[in-house]
Design a protein around this ligand. Structure first.
Ligand SMILES: NC(=O)c1ccc[n+]([C@@H]2O[C@H](COP(=O)([O-])OP(=O)(O)OC[C@H]3O[C@@H](n4cnc5c(N)ncnc54)[C@H](OP(=O)(O)O)[C@@H]3O)[C@@H](O)[C@H]2O)c1
Length: 352
């Protein structure tokens, strides 16, 4: 398995990682993978060298169960396995106690305040059964109705910096941030951080073959501008929805969307992905992948990895076969000519 450094930091991650959003307790929290199958997939992932794992405190209806499953895995496999894994989690949302269907939250149980962040990270550590988080993201910029930051940025980033001093968080990242918001966070950190090593090392935004400009999280700012910015800022990109939530697996066809099951249907992402141009693009990309002797998910991951700004691809996996398929993408090299042809196919389909 190839490994890359995360931006200008010393942290290495596996090129192919694991997105663990849909992992938890499928009997009640809307997740797809439970402990029984999940532990087998995690064991196999480590055999493949897939050690970059992504979760969030609130995945699966705010249950915290994705983190709990990982925590039980760490507890059962021991310290050596915990230390092999680069574990990323995210905070900003509220989490309810296990098996509690409803909770009345106060405004302090979500957001980006010192009070919330301290409690949220305590909760992550407890559920994950670990004493440190390798990479902690702020899940999204926490803004009020006027679009202003709800919490002064120095408070948010000062608290996150303290967590590094405390030894419970090692690296910091942001998710769903545009260029201006990343700059504002960097500026706040420059003011409050203990030293220059406490930087934003990663950004996690949506990015895949079908949604290229979406990575910037800002109307009118394209893929090229965003990638140039993070390259110059020394920030690694961790694309989310790397397989367009499953659209880039080829399982959804224009003529089967009434019958097929999967992530796009479960999460009501049809309007986002089921467009004529996307269906056309998937057909063309699948033909291209076949000619190269690879699968469509492998092509989608290899294309992301062809960008030096991308440090690891955390495709969501709900079956053992997905892991086995995706892990092979690390050894696929796309040539300049391949990349040109892919751009032409996407243009022909009307995606670009
Ligand atoms: N920061 C954020 O706001 C944010 C938002 C979304 C996601 N994320 C993170 O990003 C990760 C990845 O995104 P995602 O899981 O939503 O979407 P994704 O990786 O684009 O797609 C995952 C889906 O693709 C299918 N799949 C994966 N590998 C496959 C293979 N080899 N063959 C066939 N089908 C395959 C599975 O679909 P089925 O389950 O339908 O079979 C799986 O659920 C998440 O798990 C999460 O950790 C972060």
């Amino acid at each position: 398995m190839g490994c890359r450094q995360v931006g200008h930091s010393g942290l290495w991650v596996s090129e192919v990682g694991l997105g663990l959003w849909k992992w938890g307790d499928p009997s009640y929290d809307g997740s797809k993978v439970g402990e029984h199958e999940g532990f087998k997939i995690l064991d196999r992932a480590l055999e493949f060298g897939v050690f970059f794992w992504d979760t969030a405190n609130s995945y699966n209806w705010g249950s915290g169960n994705s983190e709990r499953l990982i925590g039980r895995y760490f507890a059962s496999r021991g310290r050596r396995v915990r230390e092999q894994v680069v574990l990323a989690t995210k905070i900003a949302n509220s989490v309810r106690e296990e098996h509690e269907e409803k909770a009345d939250f106060t405004p302090n149980q979500r957001g980006a305040s010192r009070l919330y962040i301290r409690r949220a990270v305590e909760g992550c550590l407890r559920r994950l059964q670990t004493d440190y988080i390798d990479l902690l993201y702020v899940h999204y910029p926490v803004l009020d109705e006027q679009g202003e930051y709800e919490t002064p940025l120095e408070e948010t980033w000062g608290t996150l910096d303290d967590l590094i001093s405390d030894g419970v968080v090692y690296y910091l990242g942001v998710s769903n941030y545009n260029i201006r918001q990343i700059e504002e966070a960097r500026e706040a950190l420059r003011k409050v951080a203990k030293d220059a090593s406490r930087r934003i090392v990663a950004v996690q935004n949506p990015y895949n073959l079908l949604e290229r400009d979406g990575v910037s999280k800002e109307e009118g700012v394209g893929e090229a501008e965003f990638l140039r910015y993070i390259r110059e800022a020394g920030i690694g990109l961790v694309p989310y929805f790397p397989l367009a939530a499953g659209m880039l697996t080829g399982k959804y066809r224009e003529d089967n969307v009434e019958r097929v099951e999967g992530h796009i249907i479960d999460d009501k992402l049809q309007d986002r992905y089921f467009t004529e141009a996307n269906f056309r693009a998937v057909e063309l990309l699948e033909e291209f992948a076949k000619r190269k002797g690879i699968t469509l998910p492998q092509l989608a991951i290899a294309w992301l990895l062809s960008h030096e700004e991308v440090c690891g691809v955390i495709a969501g996996v709900t079956k053992m076969e997905h892991l086995e398929d995706n892990a092979k993408a690390t050894s696929i090299e796309l040539t300049e000519e391949d990349l040109r042809e892919i751009d032409e196919l996407l243009e022909r389909a009307g995606v670009r």
